[in-house]
Structures are given as C-alpha cells and as structure tokens.
Write a protein that binds this ligand. Structure first.
Ligand SMILES: [Zn+2]
Length: 304
C-alpha cells in the first residue's frame, strides 16, 4: 500500500459503501451493504471493521453523505435515511479515528469532486455534477474549486422547482426535480400507466427494449432534469454537467430527451454549447470524491 491511506465512506439512502483509497485516488479495497432502516450507524461500523481489520493504518477519513446536513460539523439529516436526524456522523468517526482529519460533505458534491479530479470533468473549470438515483442531488466545482455554500448544501439541484403544480416532494415542497425524476417516482408513474415491473433497473430494461410507457417515464425525467440544468447553467455559466446514479445509468433513454429539451430551453449563446455527459467513474465515484476531501488539497475542502 502507498504512504497515505484514506478511509472513504459513501453513505446513501439505498446503500452504504466504505473503501481504502490511496493518494492517487485509487480504490484499494471496498465493502458495500444495503442501508438498513434501523441503526444504519451499526451497519456502517460493521463494514468498516470488516474492511480495515487490525492491520491497516488509516491516516484520514473522508465522508460523503446524503443531505441536508450542518457543515462543517457534519451532523446529517438525509432525506432518504429517516433514522438519522441531526445525527453526529462526523463526530462518530472522529472519535474512532481521533487525531486524524475527518471531513464530511454532501454525497453529490463528492461525486462532482470525483469526476472533476479523476473522471469526465478532468481539466474542466466549471461543472455541475449530478446524481439521479433514489434521490436527485448535485454539487458544483467553479473555477476549479468546490463550492460548498454557507452551510455546505450548495448544489441541491434536486430541490429546484421544475413544475410549480407538480407532485409533492419529500422535502415538503412541491414540483421539485427530485419529486419527478427520482427512481421511485419514475417507477410509480409508469405503474400508474400499466407498466408491471418493480424497480428502476427493470424500468430501464423495459425502456431499452422499446416499452412505450417505460420510455415515456425516462423521457419525462430527462425533460425535468433539462429544465433544472438549463436554469443552473444560465445562472452559473457552466461548461459541463456530469450525471451519475442508477437512473442515469439507463443511458440514452434518459440522455436523448434530456439533451433535446435542454437545446430547446437553453437559448443564450453562452449556454448553447453546454455539454451533458454520463459520469465515468461508476459506483466508485462516491468513495473517490470522499477521499479527495482529505487528499486533494484546499480546492476540495474550502474551510479549515
Ligand atoms: Zn424537494
């Protein structure tokens, strides 16, 4: 193993992942498990125990977790992890790994960081990274530096309103992008129209083989993402949007209607050449981005 080994955590509403990452951003080993409804902190501790055993020396800890959160204190209240409200996740790790840096940021911000550092966003100064999955999140890198915002929650594009009369959202609002484009919302929308499958993966498969309702569900999500992206790009003058997550993994059935709608919406010269691409680091992106919080200098950790 290399000189500096970071313990990286990627904590989401559907899955927990932990990994050991070296100082070049390579994931040396990792463990994954479903996020249990009760006491997810116990499952997380068990995964860490299994990963590091007694032999590994951890130099620092980087954590990506679903939002919202208080930051940099790292108390988390993820919309999709109901067991945690104002849960002291950073402190839990800081106690175990005392004396070492322990940093926590939003998981979608970590994806944006990972893609900027090692993936599809390398060499791009201004980008938005998005996750379209069980939830919809985002993170910004502007001028080659992560933008955390006043409370660490900048980039929450999932809760930008794309349809003022749209469905009620988990955040308490209405018509948010997440309420329309999150995986469970696509599945529910398709089932109401006669599609008989159970989850987002099956829905993507149905869309790929030409099922009309499934294709329409992804097209609807893609158009909603485009509306939010057009707004963000116009506000922030971006060059690139990188989209990861399970729903984005469906590929063209999402990206084709997304790009078409974006082209129709983003008409000013400086947004017309905006590129929207799939994330390139796959399921490791969350771990790589979390590790970058402690590995890649001030550009990915704007406080200290
Ligand atoms: Zn919302």
């Amino acid at each position: 193993m290399s000189d500096s080994v970071v313990l990286a955590l990627d904590v989401g509403g559907t899955k927990l992942a932990v990994g050991l990452v070296d100082d070049t951003g390579r994931v040396l080993a990792s463990r994954r498990a479903a996020t249990p409804a009760a006491s997810p902190e116990r499952a997380l501790t068990a995964l860490i125990d299994d990963l590091i055993g007694d032999a590994v020396t951890v130099d620092a800890v980087g954590i990506g977790c679903g939002g919202p959160m208080s930051w940099p204190a790292g108390r988390v209240s993820p919309v999709n992890i109901l067991a945690w409200r104002d849960f002291p996740l950073r402190d839990m790790l800081a106690e175990r790994f005392s004396g070492r840096p322990v940093r926590l940021l939003n998981d979608a911000i970590c994806l944006a960081i990972a893609e900027h550092w090692q993936g599809a966003g390398r060499g791009v100064r201004d980008l938005l990274g998005m996750v379209v999955s069980t939830g919809v999140g985002g993170g910004l890198v502007l001028g080659d530096r992560v933008v955390a915002g006043r409370t660490g929650n900048a980039g929450h594009i999932g809760h930008v309103v794309v349809d003022p009369e749209g469905p009620v959202c988990g955040c308490g609002g209405r018509g948010c992008l997440e309420a329309i484009a999150r995986g469970p919302a696509l599945v529910a929308w398709a089932r109401e129209r006669g599609w008989a499958g159970a989850d987002g993966k099956e829905l993507a498969e149905s869309a790929r083989v030409g099922d009309g309702v499934a294709r329409a569900a992804f097209a609807r999500a893609g158009r909603a993402v485009a509306v939010a992206v057009a707004g963000a790009a116009t506000t922030l003058d971006l060059s690139l949007v990188v989209i990861g997550g399970g729903i984005a993994a469906a590929g063209d059935v999402l990206f084709a209607p997304l790009r078409e709608e974006l082209h129709a919406r983003a008409r000013l010269d400086f947004v017309r050449d905006l590129r929207v691409v799939p994330a390139s680091l796959g399921e490791q992106a969350g771990l790589i981005g979390a590790a970058a919080l402690v590995l890649a200098g001030e550009r990915y950790w704007p406080v200290d």
